[in-house]
Design a protein around this ligand. Structure first.
Ligand SMILES: NC(=O)c1ccc[n+]([C@@H]2O[C@H](COP(=O)([O-])OP(=O)(O)OC[C@H]3O[C@@H](n4cnc5c(N)ncnc54)[C@H](O)[C@@H]3O)[C@@H](O)[C@H]2O)c1
Length: 263
């Protein structure tokens, strides 16, 4: 579908999970990819593997919550290819404590990584992206950016990302930068592996499975490519139908209106 030859992409949190799948796919489509993460050994190993396969991939340490760290990533992109075309703000952390039990430091850390990190990323890359003739920024929010959830710090950060996405899309529309958000449902990764919520989440998901990192990466590719050139400021839910009506579907099953053959 897409040809990203000649483009440079930055994928934050790219050392594992969904970010890793995104780095693999964008580089397979021809982009030079900067994998940026706090996980140094994993990031270096991924870059080495993809370089050995002939891809243009480099790893850089990045803490998305640190402005100085962003400045060195932008400098590295300038030195390497002189441009930035794609930014995937994918880095994220969870917290899993309720309002009554969330300590201030944990609340602030989640907001700082998930929301401020994306803000700092957009702010840092925008000047070089404009110089490069425009580009595409993709913020990885969540389907919990559409509802209440038992992780209030995470949920607030993911709602916030949707607002940041729309605001940045308005600001940069005439400068050639598109800004969109992807809102995945459950994807089993290092973020949540082993969590007791996996089984009930899958049970409630109309498609009865979790998403795969490669499926999220396909949507990232679409939004990164010119195929989506008239789309900006949008949220794309990718969750097997969970947000579309899983709660009503469960009521319908419990009241006998639908029959769920899988349960
Ligand atoms: N897994 C899910 O079910 C799910 C659902 C919806 C949204 N998401 C979102 O998708 C994104 C990717 O998550 P994942 O499922 O691949 O989880 P993951 O834990 O496998 O990957 C997250 C990556 O972000 C990196 N990271 C964490 N803090 C960082 C920081 N300060 N600076 C730079 N990198 C940092 C981690 O080292 C890791 O490589 C996250 O934003 C997450 O909130 C995940």
């Amino acid at each position: 579908m897409a040809d990203l030859a000649g483009k440079l992409a930055i994928v934050t949190g790219g050392a594992r999970g969904q970010g890793e799948a995104e780095a693999r796919l964008l580089s397979a489509k021809g982009a030079a990819v900067l994998v940026a993460d706090v996980l140094i050994a994993e990031g270096e190993a991924l870059a080495a593997e993809l370089q050995a396969a002939g891809r243009e991939v480099r790893f850089l340490p990045l803490d998305v919550s640190e402005p100085k760290s962003w400045a060195s990533v932008v400098e590295a992109a300038r030195d390497w290819k002189g441009r930035i075309d794609i930014l995937v703000n994918n880095a994220g952390i969870i917290n899993r404590t309720l309002v009554e039990t969330t300590v201030l430091e944990a609340w602030e850390r989640v907001l700082k990584v998930n929301l401020t990190g994306a803000f700092l990323g957009i702010q840092a890359v925008a000047p070089l992206m404009v110089e490069s003739g425009g580009g595409s920024i993709i913020n990885i929010s969540s389907n919990s950016g559409f509802s209440g959830h038992y992780d209030p710090a995470y949920t607030a950060s993911k709602w916030g990302l949707r607002g940041l996405t729309r605001s940045a899309a308005m600001e940069f529309a005439t400068k050639g930068i598109r800004v969109n958000a992807i809102c995945p449902g459950l994807v089993v990764t290092g973020l949540n592996a082993g969590s007791p919520h996996l089984k009930p989440m899958i049970g409630m998901t109309p498609m009865k499975r979790s998403g795969r990192p490669e499926e999220i990466a396909e949507l990232v590719l679409f939004l990164a490519s010119d195929a989506s050139r008239f789309i900006t400021g949008e949220d794309f839910v990718i969750d097997g139908g969970f947000t579309a009506g899983a709660a009503y579907r469960r009521v319908a099953v419990e009241t006998g209106i639908y029959r769920d053959e899988t349960s």
